[in-house]
Each structure stands twice: as structure tokens, then as C-alpha cells.
Design a protein. Structure first.
Length: 98
């Protein structure tokens, strides 16, 4: 697999050749205008692989969200804060008693 950088004019002039090279040889192309990347041409098989990976990642995010959507984060924070304060009071009480 090779990666080439082309300007927009080259792409306009050679689009068919570029598409063939991507499809048949697995080449990748970064299209630039004034030295800044605008887009990429990649083989369709690479696009399908990226699309599957993206969908899998979002599936994992969705599963995590579903698993954690129960308690309100602010309520959890309040409970944790109350527990921390209770622990501090207990330590202080123990130090005074010791």
C-alpha cells in the first residue's frame, strides 16, 4: 500500500487513473489545496473496514451509556461527599479518644 499526496488540479486531471490505482493497487491519496489536506481517496475495502470499526466503537459507547444511565451523577456526588465527611468526623473522634 502506498500513500501519495496530490493537489486538487492533479486529481481533476487524473481522477480515473487515481481511482483505478486505489482500487486495484490499494493506494491511498491525500488531496490538498494550497498545502492543506482536504480529503482522502482510499480503497473501498479500507473504507468498509473503517466504517465497521466506527460502528463497533459507537456500539461500545452505547453499551457503556446504557449500563451507567441509572443514578444521577449529582446525587452520587452528594452521597460520596456525605460519606467522606462522615469518615472525617469518625477519624477526628478516634483521634480525640486515643
Amino acid at each position: 500500500m502506498s500513500r501519495k499526496t496530490l493537489d486538487t488540479n492533479s486529481v481533476r486531471d487524473r481522477l480515473g487513473e487515481i481511482l483505478d490505482e486505489a482500487h486495484y493497487h490499494g493506494s491511498e491519496f491525500v488531496i490538498q489545496r494550497r498545502g492543506k489536506p482536504l480529503a482522502a481517496i482510499i480503497p473501498y475495502s479500507a473504507y468498509e473496514r473503517l466504517d465497521r470499526q466506527r460502528k463497533e466503537a459507537f456500539k461500545v459507547f452505547h453499551e457503556i451509556w446504557e449500563a451507567n444511565k441509572g443514578p444521577d451523577p449529582e446525587e452520587v456526588a452528594k452521597i460520596v461527599e456525605q460519606e467522606v465527611e462522615a469518615l472525617k468526623r469518625e477519624r477526628k473522634r478516634r483521634r480525640k479518644g486515643a
